[in-house]
Write a protein that binds this ligand. Sequence first.
Ligand code: DSN
Length: 435
Amino acid sequence: MSTQETGTATHDGYFTKTLGETDPEIHTALMAEEDRQRDGIELIASENIVSRATLEAVGSAIVNKTVEGYPGKRYYGGAVHADVIEQLAIDRAKQLFGAAYANVQPHSGSQANLAVFLAFLKPGDTVLSMDLSAGGHLSHGSSANLTGKWFNIVHYGVSEVDGLIDYDDVLRLAHEHRPKLIICGGSAYPRAIDFARFRAIADATDSILLADMAHFAGLVAGGAHPSPVPHAHVSTATTYKNLRGVRGGIILAQDVSLERKLNSAVFPGVQGSVILNAIAAKAVCLGEALRPEFKTYAHAVLNNARMLAATLVERGVDIVTGGTDTPLLLIDLRGKNLTGAEAAESLERAGLTSNKNGIPGDTQPPTITSGLRFGVSAGTTRGFGQQEFEIIGNLIANVLDAAPSGGTDLTSIEHTTQAQVKQLCERFPIYRAPV
Ligand code: DSN
């Protein structure tokens, strides 16, 4: 018999060697990513920097455990600790958002939204949601998404004049199309939504109201933004944006009688076994969000977003709706004769990472766009305050002002900015993650 046939299944060092020792290629890439995060300014609105405690939970041995179902009702044995962890996450989510029901299993915000579709709709049913180009989200019925392929989607937009939701138009569309589900919230709408008004519209047409608070859940948790939870039949959120936790989604509701429907829509409806290390990390982030210091962080996010907006406006940059009530702002680059793709690339070379984003009425394709989306959550977490976001606003404006001229001038601005970015980041260091 060969050594392979007689040897033990765990090779020498399987339980003891570090990643650097066993897989230098992956380790090097992870270290480089850590450096990128440490030395650059992160302005992608869906990102943040998790706590050391969250990293520990994600990297814990609970990753080995398989369970299906819910605490106390599992299909596999050995779930005693998994039950404790998931129940803690559920209880913390309910407490944080004042909800009667919470499901913490969705692998992402899109999965959470899909579960809501499955819970309440049949293929072909009508859904009224915000157009992607107006700030909606792919999982709200984009033609490229399953929700757009299997359901009859009607979209509302925003006013071409001020970029705001026209509630009378939403009501008109609701009366005209009698949707089974109405969705408010999205991924690039920077202003507070009138949830009570949306609920009144949903009630007028006997529709279910889903509020997707992915981009402001952290502010709701920290008392810096109105909550949709008391108004919507169901609210969904992601845990990794301004809520400052691991990647994943949650579903909340006020009516406990929805529990059976929503739970079975998540599992076995759209998901299988639970990603337990993510559930543990969600519990950690929800616990952090229940502490008083999270309120300070949430208010700082809002103040920083408003400072960034004010600085950019001062520098002649057009902002959709003129400002923000959330951690994100949407920049209209048409006046600067720049595309979103060009601007995002130039900013990234300068050490400022953001994403190109469609703006209302955009004529450019999604791969190019006429806009940029900025978020301040990650910067706020590393300690930047209003003073730093004023500096960042000026750095962004310097790059955008130089970009149309191109050539060496642009390169020199990018280089100068990169050095200023590095200096700023060195004053606000982040952890060296245990990878
Ligand atoms: N929905 C995407 C975004 O807003 O960036 C990912 O979370």
